[in-house]
Design a protein around this ligand. Sequence first.
Ligand code: FAD
Length: 291
Amino acid sequence: MKIVDQMNQGKQFLSLEFFPPKEKNEWPNFFKVAERLTRLNPLFASVTYGAGGSSQGDTLEIVTRLKREHGLESMAHLTCIGANHAALRQFLDELASAEVYNVLALRGDLPQDAGPEVSVCRTLSHASDLASFIREAHPEMGIGVAGYPETHPEALSPEHDLACLQKKLELGGDFVITQLFFDNQSYFDFVARARALGVEKPIIPGILPVVSLKVIRRIVSLCGASIPPEFLARLEEADRAGGAAAVQKLGIAHARHQAEGLLAAGAPGVHLYTLNRDQAILELVDGLLPA
Ligand code: FAD
């Protein structure tokens, strides 16, 4: 099933993002976490690709198992930087054989230690190239693309970044999932700017519950999102007063407040960056949407 067809039915939804655990001995626990989260009835679960050092075969295996064994509609992330057409085609063919018909088309980032041979493929330098490649190679696939409410860190300008998003959608993207953000206004402004440019496809906000100060500092330093100073001050105060548990409590409450505000303002759904944690996510969404 193409998840965009479900999105277009207009019922607000939750979706979940996982990453493949690095070590195989962590997989049984990972699938227990996924199983506990199936009771949230997410519209789909997505699995990152190559991010954080995971292998790309792992993404394929996990999306397949989430679908077959856990009954979750799944979506594989796929990156094109440093990739070649044959390998991408093989990944897509295997995905289709596993009856997974949804892909998040991403450029990805070159590893810092990448040699000169890695960036040879000039025809796959942007996510728009990948979206167009997928649309041609597997027209039956639903394609998501990434959007940046606070602008991608390498973008020439916010306007150019938005024009690049529009191109990704014109060349094959069916919907957008946003980078994480902590101030809903940045999502509302982003959607308004996209709509003014003529973008009509669904833009799903990506929400991350802060579970640790150290983790969130590392994540924002990598992805370019910002933590509003007032929220950061409250997190630091929680850390001083109550340690890690207090930070997590505040992080989950903030994410819950964000999700409520987004849904009340008519967002199509909320995409949750789960960090492969079940308790934090269960607390966050408890009673958020009608069953
Ligand atoms: P692009 O859309 O290609 O944009 C990258 C930059 O190039 C932007 O600055 C854009 O403005 C610019 N640009 C785009 N097209 C052009 C053009 N034609 N000419 C000039 N400039 C252009 N990374 C992973 O490795 N694995 C994952 O699983 C993963 N999952 C993600 C999930 C989500 C929801 C998000 C938001 C990001 C994810 N990422 C993942 C991170 C992503 O790979 C990085 O943010 C990467 O730097 C950009 O990817 P993109 O698809 O947005 O690239």
